[in-house]
Design a protein around this ligand. Structure first.
Ligand SMILES: [Zn+2]
Length: 246
C-alpha cells in the first residue's frame, strides 16, 4: 500500500515539474510571435539562443532583437499570481493565493545575458544594450526597478521608443550572423547548460549558507531597511547583493 502512495506522489511531482517547464516554453513561443510583428527590414530576431561564455559556461537567452537603434535582450516569464521585487535583490517573491515562492531576480539574470553578449561582441565596441523583463498578463506585477519589467503586450511599445540610430546597418548584419554562428544548439550543450545552472544555484546557496555574498565573496551583514531587516553585502555600495531574512 505505501508503495502505491509513493508511486502516485512521484508521478504527481514529475507532472508538476514538466508542467512548469512547458509553461516557460509556451511563454517563449508567444513572445516570439509578438516580436514577429516588428518590421523585418529594421529588426532581426533570434529566439532561444544558447551561447558559451568566455569562462566556458553556457548561457541561454530567450529573445534578442537586433536593430540600428539598440540590441534588445528580453527575458520572458510565464508566472501566475502577484510578483514582487526590486532592481538589486537576489530573489523576488511570487505570491499565489498567499503561498509564497522565491524566484531569482530576472533583472540580474538578464544582466548576465548582456555581459555574455558584450564579451562575445566586443569587436563591435560600445553598442547600446537594452534589458527588458516581460511577464504574461497572468501575473500582477509589483516590481520597483529602473529596468523595464513589463507585460508581453508592452514589449513592442518599449522597443519603439528607441528611435535614434546608433548602430550601422553593416554592424547589425554582422552581429546577427555572429550570434547565429555562436548558437551552440545541440542536445548535449542544452543538457550541459541545465546541469550548470543547477550547479551554480547550489554554489550560491552554499555561499549564502556560510554567510558569504555569492556575488563577490564579501560577508553578509544584517541591515535595517525601510521594509524591515535584510542581509546585505559588506562591500556595499560596490556590491548591491541583498537577501531577505527568512
Ligand atoms: Zn557582495
Amino acid at each position: 500500500m505505501p508503495f502505491i502512495i509513493i508511486t502516485i506522489f512521484l508521478c504527481l511531482l514529475i507532472f508538476v515539474f514538466r508542467l512548469r517547464k512547458t509553461k516557460g516554453k509556451i511563454g517563449e513561443k508567444k513572445v516570439a510571435h509578438i516580436l514577429n510583428r516588428l518590421p523585418e527590414d529594421q529588426y532581426r530576431i533570434i529566439n532561444d539562443l544558447l551561447i558559451r561564455t568566455s569562462s566556458g559556461n553556457t548561457t541561454q537567452i530567450d529573445h534578442i532583437v537586433i536593430s540600428e537603434y539598440a540590441i534588445f535582450v528580453i527575458e520572458t516569464k510565464n508566472y501566475q499570481g502577484m510578483v514582487y521585487g526590486s532592481e538589486y535583490s537576489e530573489y523576488w517573491t511570487q505570491d499565489i493565493f498567499g503561498n509564497k515562492y522565491q524566484l531569482r531576480n530576472p533583472i540580474i539574470q538578464n544582466h548576465g545575458h548582456i555581459r555574455a553578449l558584450k564579451s562575445l561582441l566586443q569587436d563591435y565596441g560600445n553598442i547600446p544594450y537594452i534589458s527588458i523583463v516581460a511577464f504574461s498578463r497572468q501575473a500582477s506585477l509589483g516590481v520597483t526597478a529602473n529596468t523595464p519589467v513589463i507585460y508581453w503586450d508592452q514589449i513592442l511599445t518599449i522597443i519603439n521608443q528607441f528611435e535614434e540610430k546608433r548602430i550601422s546597418h553593416i554592424q547589425v548584419v554582422g552581429i546577427y550572423n555572429k550570434l547565429l554562428e555562436s548558437n551552440s544548439d545541440s542536445k548535449e550543450t542544452r543538457k550541459e547548460h541545465i546541469r550548470n545552472v543547477r550547479l551554480n544555484e547550489q554554489k550560491r546557496d552554499a555561499a549564502v549558507a556560510s554567510g558569504k555574498c555569492p556575488v563577490c565573496g564579501g560577508s553578509l551583514v544584517l541591515r535595517n531597511g525601510k521594509y524591515g531587516t535584510f542581509y546585505g553585502c559588506s562591500n556595499y555600495p560596490r556590491c548591491r547583493y541583498t537577501l531577505k531574512q527568512s
